[in-house]
Design a protein. Sequence first.
Length: 68
Amino acid sequence: MAKLSESERDKLPASKFAEPQKRAYPIEDAAHAKNAKARASQAVKAGRMSKAEESKIDKKADTVIEKD
């Protein structure tokens, strides 16, 4: 996965995040999308995220993964 610097992340449009309101889970490429899915799964297991939120992230990430 390509390293995403803080300045590069700040330049990304909200549409390149699985949770655009929070600017969380960047999904600008397939590697980051797969990572977003993994982190969301971990958050659900830790009780920090609902299954519904995870499902939304997975759906957006899958769209990016399918394009690559």
